[in-house]
Design a protein around this ligand. Sequence first.
Ligand code: V47
Length: 425
Amino acid sequence: MSGVLWQKRIEAAGLGKIQEKVMNEERLSFEDGLQLYATADLNAIGYLANIVRERKNGNVAYWVRNQHVNYTNVCNKSCLFCSFYARPRNDARAYVMSPEDAAQKVLNYGDAPISEIHVVGGVNPKLDYDYYLDLIRTIKAARPKAHIKAFTMVEIDQIVRRAKKPPREVFLDLKAAGVDALPGGGAEVMSDRVHEDLFATKPNAARWLELAREAHKVGLKTNATILYGHVEQTPEKVEHFVRLREVQDETGGFLTFIPLSWHPEKTALEHLKPPTGVEDLREVAISRLMLDNFPHIKSFWIMNTAPITQCALWFGADDVDGTIMEYEIIRDPQRDRKQVLTSRDLVEMIIEAGREPVERDPLYNVLSRGLENASDVEGVLSNERANIGHNTENLNIMSREEVLTAAQQLKDKARDKGLIPLEAR
Ligand code: V47
């Protein structure tokens, strides 16, 4: 479409003023954010987001050869949007990896040149401070060349409690043990209302941001996410962007923003409809436009799907995440065997979308370009070795009735808060 036609379309969508700001590299306001969400023309929003995306990252789309290690699913936070967690007592799904189990997980993929190990888990009250340090040291010893991206701010809040030390000292200890960067989970939606309704016992937005600031002060880069598509309202999402970019103005410590598309399956809110592809692209585009000081926007393919992620590369995203290998947060490890894209799949997916694939490490150092380093090795290894290293010794087996009662309790809690409509109860 010619520039003139786009211009007409942007005007027709009521985005003329926002376009002017985008062209002049001016910050969009809270009201601009509301207006973007209210605009029906998704392509017009994508067109503007793509201008920012190409200004910051050209035609490049980053991918990473990574592995996720979810060291425990035991969690005492009972978030209503989550299907991953097992309760600390009497839950048949509960698992905890010893540091050696986690190292085994990493060694399972020893033949793949993995550059990032993404380590996150539930808030497990039984783990002490030394466990976390040992976990990192042992993983680092197993794969000394890989960067470790570990622990959301929610886990950090728990680790700080167990350490009985100020956050700064904890970050320094974790850094010394081998943590290179932190992932972006845990903030969910920065709204006191949603916090109260869905994840009341987790640290609130102010605490999440305070911990992120502390991490940045000791030189650790971190990511940030938003979890959308459940009960949040538009102004709450815009507020989320505004709060994040204010901290980024102060510290410059955020690398990547990842809009996470909520998956309702097997959660207490599974009666709600999941976000659509249109919503996924809108979230990518609006986050690119609002977070003017974030270098990167990621479309996490495992949540958004690979096809939506290909489109997202034209709606503001410049990163697709990576090979992943195994991902527990939205799957049942007993039922599904693997969740992986090989390095060849990722590179081909990016080329097909019309972008230039660049392999990065967690700090965006360039490791390879195009098909240079792409292979199918991750798929072969995942077929052979996915799920090796899940220890079952700590399993506390519950009867089926007990499992159903626990699930019902969660649903009752959601119903009491008015989060389940009458007809779905
Ligand atoms: O904070 C939990 C989310 C997050 C569900 O930094 C769910 O590069 C969808 O933060 N449906 C953890 N999402 C994952 C995370 C992440 C993922 C990928 C890359 C990076 C990065 C960080 O997962 C949690 C929560 O917001 N989550 N349950 C669900 N049912």
